[in-house]
Design a binder for this molecule. Structure first.
Ligand SMILES: O=C[C@H](O)[C@H](O)COP(=O)(O)O
Ligand SMILES: C=C(OP(=O)(O)O)C(=O)O
Length: 448
């Protein structure tokens, strides 16, 4: 199929370039019709909010704030429910409270949420019991069921992605501004969790301290609006260019193009080719942009990415999300950071400790060791401390549910437990307890 639907008015350079990891739609006309509809739909976010996030990310790049970016590896259409969205949000709010209080740093909160429906894959096909079918590429592309019918890419799924994103974002906005995210709720976020988990109990002790601090401030007459709601932003991988491009709009204030499918989008490790369509697309939009950098990234590539995506060297515009693997971060990251810093660019450096640490357990489950995740974050902090640069944040795959997908953590999950609640649509996520453990440990590292 072509990602070059004629109906678009947003002609741009990316359309003539090779686009990796795009679905092979059997019906080009059906794709064109969906894209035309998407082009007419209202934006999911406002350009002004993207600018606000860019300003927040500029503080991260300058070393004045910390990014917490997290959520599902792959959102799924059948999981757009109040319970699941609330659980994810609660986990992120708890992590953020830990970081803000224990590390005393402003936290920029960004979900992998309300649009994270598309997955780049290592292989185009999957084989089970001798049967070969196209690989599952996320609910925005095809179905996860292992049947020939489910695996056919269906452009109607792009429309469902838009509606699922809109419903999710609507609830997220309700939760974050309607009282649920009020700091007075620090205990409520933990209520269902505290009794049976060590990290829950540790959190509860911290929540009591926050409560005391709030009471003290209130007694002093200070009760700022910032305590009653939370700035929360959405993000996802800008993978499907037909969708992302259909959701670009010209901002009436500035005349610039924004991808209004999310506040921030990132370009993945598999699609960041310098001469490819994804980088060209990202260079044309004004949103804050992330780029994943794996262990093979050369300093020259990083510098060219800066040239393409942040030619004005604007702090907050570009975030490098490194995902090297625990065994390589101390070796690969220093040169990249050194050369980028020497170039004068002020990017935000963020650690994704998940994607370089995946392995297959004997049971066949894809998993990650909590200790490897932690070790990669430690390596990230060590490198930045050594170079005098700012460890700007973490980017994590997590869920608010008590799944058993990653091994280890304080409430330890063993390899033999993986089958119990292995629910991810793609890669293994930290569960709530592991996420909180990570937040406490990161707070300690940041403070140190
Ligand atoms: O989340 C990232 C990728 O989509 C995922 O790691 C790819 O997994 P695969 O190697 O099973 O295709
Ligand atoms: C695919 C992802 O990561 P990466 O591009 O780093 O492999 C992801 O974050 O979902």
């Amino acid at each position: 199929m072509s990602v070059n639907p004629d109906s678009s008015t947003r002609t741009s350079a990316w359309r003539d370039l090779p686009a990796a990891q795009q679905p092979d739609y059997p019906d080009a006309e059906a794709l064109r019709a969906v894209v035309a509809d998407l082009e007419s739909y209202p934006p999911l976010v406002f350009a002004g909010e993207c600018d606000q996030l860019r300003a927040r990310m500029a503080a991260v790049a300058r070393g004045e704030a910390f990014l917490l970016q997290g959520g599902d590896c792959a959102e799924a259409f059948d999981q757009v429910s109040a319970d699941q969205i609330r659980a994810k949000l609660k986990t992120l709010l708890q992590m953020s409270a830990v970081l803000q209080y224990a590390a005393a740093v402003p936290v920029v909160k960004v979900g992998r949420i309300a649009g994270q429906y598309s997955k780049p894959r290592s292989k185009p096909t999957e084989v089970r019991d001798g049967v070969t079918l196209p690989t599952y590429r996320g609910d925005s592309v095809n179905g996860a069921d292992f049947t020939a019918e489910a695996r056919v890419p269906d452009p109607e799924r792009l429309r469902r992605m838009y509606h699922a994103s809109a419903a999710t974002l609507n609830l997220v906005r309700g939760f974050t501004t309607g009282g649920y995210a009020d700091l007075r709720q620090v205990h409520a976020w933990n209520q269902d969790f505290v009794r049976n988990s060590a990290s829950g109990r540790r959190y509860e002790a911290l929540a009591r301290e926050i409560d005391n601090a709030l009471n003290f401030m209130r007694a002093c007459g200070a009760d700022p609006a910032e305590f009653h709601s939370v700035e929360f932003y959405s993000s996802h991988e800008a993978l499907l260019l037909a969708y992302e491009s259909a959701l670009t709009r010209t901002d009436s204030r500035t005349g610039r193009l924004y991808d209004v499918s999310a506040h921030m989008v990132w370009i993945g490790e598999r699609t960041r080719q310098l001469d490819g369509a994804h980088i060209a697309f990202a260079s044309e939009i004004r949103n804050p942009i992330g780029v994943k950098l794996g262990p093979t990234t050369t300093p020259e590539e990083a510098l060219t990415l800066i040239e393409r995506l942040d030619p004005d060297r604007e702090p907050g515009r570009l975030t490098f999300i490194t995902r090297m693997g625990a065994d390589r971060i101390r070796d690969r990251l220093p040169t990249l950071v050194e050369k980028v810093t020497a170039s004068g660019a002020q990017v935000a450096w963020v650690c994704d400790p998940m994607h370089g640490n995946t392995f297959e357990a004997a049971s066949g489950h894809k998993t990650r060791r909590f200790d490897d995740v932690l070790d990669e974050v430690k390596g990230f902090f060590e490198v930045h401390k050594g170079l005098g640069t700012h460890p700007g944040g973490i980017h994590v795959e997590l869920t608010g549910d008590d799944v058993t997908e990653c091994v280890g953590g304080g409430d330890e999950i063993f390899v033999d437990d993986l089958h119990q609640r292995y629910e991810t649509a793609c890669d293994p996520r930290l569960n709530r307890s592991q996420s909180l453990d990570l937040a406490f440990l990161v707070a300690e590292m940041y403070r140190a």
